[in-house]
Design a protein around this ligand. Structure first.
Ligand code: GCU
Length: 427
């Protein structure tokens, strides 16, 4: 452990003991005023740890990119396991959907290790009669059965957060939740546009609660380990791992064009999508929808949700080291524009919603802006101005962006732009 970190921990420990309080400073209020955004200097994506400038794409790929990935691993999301597990794929069901427009398959991905077993349920729709379909991939929040009214879709059997409206009690999904999230997944629009959709419940990979005895983590523990080390993966890392396992599956499915897979994630799953897309270059395009703090939004702006707020409300999302940066954003060796830059040279699309101030729309835009010099190294076009475009006026460069009217959600409008962006870059 570096000396600086030990000293910081000692400081909080002594302060806590002297005051009889916990070791963490008191909860702070979120700031929503632009004038109160602190002055900050962002780390330069084009200057490496030795202070040397990165001059071309080759230096970026071989020197700076690995260095940044390591920093995000160690300080923010935690490292994924090195060990590769070979899953079993079981086709549980397949059939015709959307009145013949689409084919549906449901595949179980089974992983076994350390005497533990993990089952992931993947739902795939592909345009009927299409050879080698490009596919959108996205995790969902309450089970595959929520994204469509299709009665053939299997209910998740994993732990699900209770939700009265969705009929989820005792943490088990029921029929009542079928189709409750249709509005976020315009399946027919996606199929009509010539894309498939692959989705999985994120709780299959790791239930979203501060508990490291469930989900994927225990499959990789060494003897006696009960939770990840301070620089090992939290829940966002686990969801990102799951997204990579989905990609493994898609790559060996001959009906799918594995070179045209678009990764999309909303909110906490947008954070996971960015982290997966940054690491896994097999994803051709990465889309972050309203991903906010720990996603596309710059941490140093401290606008809306902050590092301290997110680490307090969701202590299991990031690696433990990230908590060292509670209210110390300026000490972070990275900021989120560098996560966006890690997607380069692949196209990346960032969205915000006007009323979603918690996620800091301007901070989400600025990440794209400050990642643009990295895209320029590849001769690609990032964002052109430090000022976000007008609402509902999408920018579709190699870094794309839109700010939609309305709140924190995934709307048809968003999907229309995702499809436009994918068409623009893949067709
Ligand atoms: C909370 C959390 C956000 C997250 C969001 C979501 O609001 O603070 O960081 O993005 O949930 O996932 O919907």
């Amino acid at each position: 452990m570096p000396v600086k970190r030990i000293l910081r921990l000692l400081f909080w420990l002594v302060a806590g003991l002297m005051t009889g309080t916990t070791c963490l400073p008191a909860q702070v209020q979120a700031n929503y005023e632009e004038e109160k955004v602190p002055a900050f200097a962002l780390p330069d994506p084009l200057r490496n740890g030795d202070g040397l400038m990165i001059n071309d794409s080759n230096e970026w790929v071989h020197s700076r990119r690995p260095e940044l990935l390591q920093l995000f691993e160690r300080e923010v999301y935690g490292k994924l396991p090195d060990e590769t597990l070979t899953p079993d794929y079981t086709l549980l069901e397949n059939g015709i959907a959307l009145g013949g427009k689409a084919v549906r398959k449901q595949i179980r991905l089974t992983f076994e290790n350390n005497g533990r077993r993990l089952d992931l349920l993947l739902l795939v729709y592909l345009p009927a009669g299409m050879d080698k379909a490009p596919v959108f991939v996205g995790l969902n929040f309450y089970g595959n059965q929520t994204i469509t009214a299709d009665p053939a879709v299997l209910l998740t059997t994993s732990w699900v957060p209770n939700n009265k409206t969705f009929g989820i009690e005792a943490n088990q999904a029921t029929e009542t939740s079928r189709g409750v999230r249709i509005s976020r997944w315009p399946l027919e629009k996606i199929i009509d546009a010539g894309y498939g959709l692959a989705t999985m419940y994120y709780g299959d990979i790791d239930p979203d609660r501060d508990d490291f005895t469930d989900g994927v983590h225990p499959l990789f523990y060494r003897d006696g380990q009960t939770r990840p080390d301070a620089d090992e993966w939290g829940a966002i890392g686990a969801w990102a791992w799951g997204l990579m396992r989905i990609m493994d599956y898609l790559q060996q499915d001959s009906a799918i064009d594995a070179d045209r897979i678009v990764l999309m994630g909303h909110s906490r799953l947008g954070k996971a999508a960015l982290w997966a897309g940054a690491q896994d270059r097999r994803y051709a395009i990465v889309i972050s929808n309203d991903s906010g703090c720990g996603g596309a939004a710059l941490s140093r702006r401290k606008f809306g949700e902050t590092v301290q707020i997110i680490n307090t409300a969701f202590p299991h999302w990031f690696c433990s080291h990230f908590k060292d940066y509670n209210d110390r954003e300026n000490d972070l060796p990275v900021d989120q524009h560098e996560l966006i830059a890690l997607v380069a040279p692949r196209p990346v699309y960032i969205t915000s919603a006007q009323e979603d101030q918690w996620a800091d729309p301007k901070g989400e835009y600025l990440s794209g802006w400050y990642a643009s010099p990295v895209y320029a190294l590849f001769g690609l076009q990032g964002l052109e101005s430090a000022t976000p475009p007008a609402v509902n006026d999408p920018v579709m460069h190699d870094i794309g962006y839109h700010m939609r009217t309305g709140g924190h959600d995934v709307k048809d409008y968003d999907w229309e732009q995702f499809i436009n962006f994918a068409n623009h870059h893949l067709k």
